[in-house]
Design a protein around this ligand. Structure first.
Ligand SMILES: [Zn+2]
Length: 153
C-alpha cells in the first residue's frame, strides 16, 4: 500500500485509498460505481429495518410498481431460471437462519438464554447466535439435515 496523504482513507468496501470529498468529511466509501452501489444498497437495507416510515414508503411504492407492471416477475423468472434458482436457495438459507433464531429465543420449554446450560448451535447461519449464551452445562441444539430421497439400486 502506498503512503497515505492527509485526510486519505481506505474505502470500507474495496479498501482502495481515496480522498474524501471536502463536502463529505466523514465519507467512508470511495466514488467507484460498484462501491457506491453497495453503499446505497446497505443504506436502504438498514433504513428499512430502522425506519418504519421509510419502510412504509418503500412498500407502498413497490406495491404501485407491481400494480403498474403485472406479470413482470413471472416473465423475469421464466427468462432467468439460474437467478431464480439462486434466489430460491438464498431465501431457503434465510428461512433456515430465522428458524434457528426462533429456536434460540424459544424460552417456553427451556430458557436457553438464562439457564446455566451452554448452548451450542450447529448448522449454517448459527455462528452469529454464539453470543446468546452464558453457561456451564451443555445443551446441543442440532439442526436436522433435510431428508434426501433414497435412490433405488
Ligand atoms: Zn471502494
Amino acid at each position: 500500500m502506498r503512503q497515505r496523504y492527509m485526510g486519505e482513507r481506505g474505502c470500507c468496501y474495496c479498501q482502495e485509498v481515496f480522498q474524501p470529498s471536502k463536502f463529505q468529511p466523514l465519507q467512508a466509501v470511495c466514488s467507484g460505481s460498484e462501491c457506491q452501489r453497495k453503499r446505497r444498497a446497505d443504506y436502504h437495507r438498514n433504513k428499512i429495518v430502522d425506519d418504519p416510515e421509510y419502510r412504509e414508503v418503500c412498500r407502498d411504492s413497490s406495491r404501485k410498481w407491481r400494480a403498474a407492471n403485472p406479470g413482470y416477475w413471472k416473465q423475469y423468472r421464466e427468462k432467468h431460471p439460474a437467478c431464480t434458482e439462486q434466489n430460491r436457495q438464498q431465501q431457503k438459507a434465510r428461512d433456515q437462519k430465522q428458524r434457528l433464531c426462533q429456536l434460540a429465543n424459544n424460552t417456553s420449554a427451556l430458557d436457553l438464554k438464562h439457564s446455566v446450560a451452554q448452548v451450542w448451535l450447529v448448522g449454517p447461519g448459527a455462528a452469529h447466535l454464539a453470543n446468546n449464551n452464558s453457561a456451564r452445562a451443555q445443551v446441543w441444539v442440532i439442526e436436522a439435515l433435510s431428508a434426501r430421497p433414497v435412490s433405488s439400486p
